[in-house]
Write a protein that binds this ligand. Sequence first.
Ligand SMILES: Cc1cc2nc3c(=O)[nH]c(=O)nc-3n(C[C@H](O)[C@H](O)[C@H](O)COP(=O)(O)O)c2cc1C
Length: 202
Amino acid sequence: MTDARDLVVAITGASGAPYALRLLQVVVRSGRTVHLTISPSGATVLREETGIVVDLDRFDPAALGDLGPGRVVYHHHQDFSAGIASGSFRTGGMVISPCSMSTLGAIAHGITTNLITRAADVHLKERRKLILVPRETPLSLIHLENMAAVTRAGAIVLPAMPGWYHRPESLADMIDFVVARICDGLDIDHDLGRRWGGERPT
Ligand SMILES: Cc1cc2nc3c(=O)[nH]c(=O)nc-3n(C[C@H](O)[C@H](O)[C@H](O)COP(=O)(O)O)c2cc1C
């Protein structure tokens, strides 16, 4: 049974694994079902940046901590028989967070050699929401042109670039800033920090 409220979340090998963990927490706690897939480099960066070790062949969502009452359905990154590899499987959108320049480049050129790039390609062809959260600096012309190409194809490029105007006091505040923008893009209600135009800090 597919549900148009199901979301696809993919973790690839750009720096920024804490954004992915927080995003999963917020989305799953909101009660949505998340179809999760992780690239091998995504697992490497997750280990480097958070100490969390995941076995991609025998994945247990509990490895990611307490994600709340929603549901996580894991798909191996090479499993092209997964529902999310097909346009007939309904979803409410997909996020790749963090999104490596390699995965961005593959999506920009329609190269679908793993489930992540295939599912992204499906979201573009079905005109569904696709949010890419790249992290790289500085950016080459190739990166910039790939970002322009995916934007022309309908994706939203939402770089992991926390703002300062909400006066963050912790790393958690800075992570939440980016996760809040992703949730806004997915129409997920959240209370991750003050919105501009709301009450100002003194
Ligand atoms: C610790 C670590 C940090 C990395 N940071 C980035 C990064 O910020 N951005 C990026 O595009 N690639 C980064 N890479 C390189 C990617 O992981 C590499 O290009 C990989 O092939 C991406 O594969 P994937 O897109 O299938 O996950 C990093 C790699 C490691 C090991």
